[in-house]
Design a protein around this ligand. Structure first.
Ligand code: FPP
Length: 245
């Protein structure tokens, strides 16, 4: 496939680009408000950013991209915003189905599947099945929170203990990691948050233990190739020590 973003391809050639990038896509509402538009217009513009981001990740050689699209707390937003977001997510899958297949991207959902509208869940699960063999991955966090993911892991582990398959004395960090939503996915190397907020917001709480953070004041709909390249360069300039010297 032709390179669309040569600067990103140059970064890829260094071999030091993060393998897994996770993004807290914040600022859609503010972007819309600044333009006198309804909040949903901000989310719509934000989903265009997601489409562009797939191209950035392809050219930069990023293997895993995790997007925080809808938190368990987001169910508390006004009903018209919630239903608008669910519709937007369904449209995103429908509009990008061909592109995901052409780019050979494996789509995965992380989050509380049982909370999602049946139609949306069905279309995501069909895409999960159709793309299951691909190596590069797009993980979409929907009705997700780090705490509820840990509750999910605890329930699974309790079930294994109850059935006699697991001895409680053998529970270790790897047991927790093995019972997360996507246990085979490496922890994110870099977590990007837009719109300047300095919070984790219940995102990937277990997995972010040694992630590097990059916060930009740019609002999500305005996030572009240059901002993405800046985040990667900042990551490459850091010295990851994992608690060692
Ligand atoms: C946070 O901005 C953003 C969200 C809660 C939704 C993110 C969703 C999208 C970008 C839509 C499409 C997603 C995919 C994966 C196709 P905010 O509303 O909290 O902004 P604010 O803090 O400025 O109000």
């Amino acid at each position: 496939m032709a390179v669309e973003y040569p600067e990103l391809a140059e970064l890829a050639a260094t071999g030091r680009v993060p393998r897994h990038i996770a993004v807290i896509m914040d600022g859609n509402g503010r972007w819309a408000k600044m333009r006198g538009l309804p909040r949903l217009s901000g989310h719509k513009a934000g989903s265009e950013t997601v489409r562009r981001l797939l191209g950035y990740c392809r050219d930069a050689g990023v293997d895993y991209l995790t997007l925080y699209a809808f938190s368990t707390e987001n169910w508390g937003r006004p009903p018209e915003e919630v239903s608008g977001l669910m519709q937007l997510l369904g449209n995103f899958i429908a509009d990008n189905e061909k592109e995901l297949l052409a780019q050979q991207i494996r789509l995965r959902l992380i989050g509380r599947r049982e909370d999602l509208p049946a139609e949306l869940l069905g279309s995501i699960e069909r895409m999960e099945a159709a793309t299951a063999g691909f190596k590069r991955q797009l993980l979409v966090a929907l009705s997700y929170s780090g705490r509820s993911e840990l509750v999910h892991a605890a329930r699974q582990i309790a079930g294994q203990v109850k059935s006699g398959a697991l001895d409680p004395q053998e529970i270790g960090e790897s047991t927790i990691a093995a019972n997360l939503y996507a246990p085979d996915v490496p922890d994110p190397d870099l977590i990007i948050r837009t719109s300047g907020e300095l919070r984790v917001s219940n995102f990937l709480l277990w997995q972010c233990a040694y992630s590097e953070f990059y916060v930009t004041p740019v609002l999500w709909p305005d996030f572009d190739e240059a901002t993405f390249a800046d985040a990667i360069k900042a990551y490459m300039a850091r010295n990851r020590r994992y608690g060692k010297v």
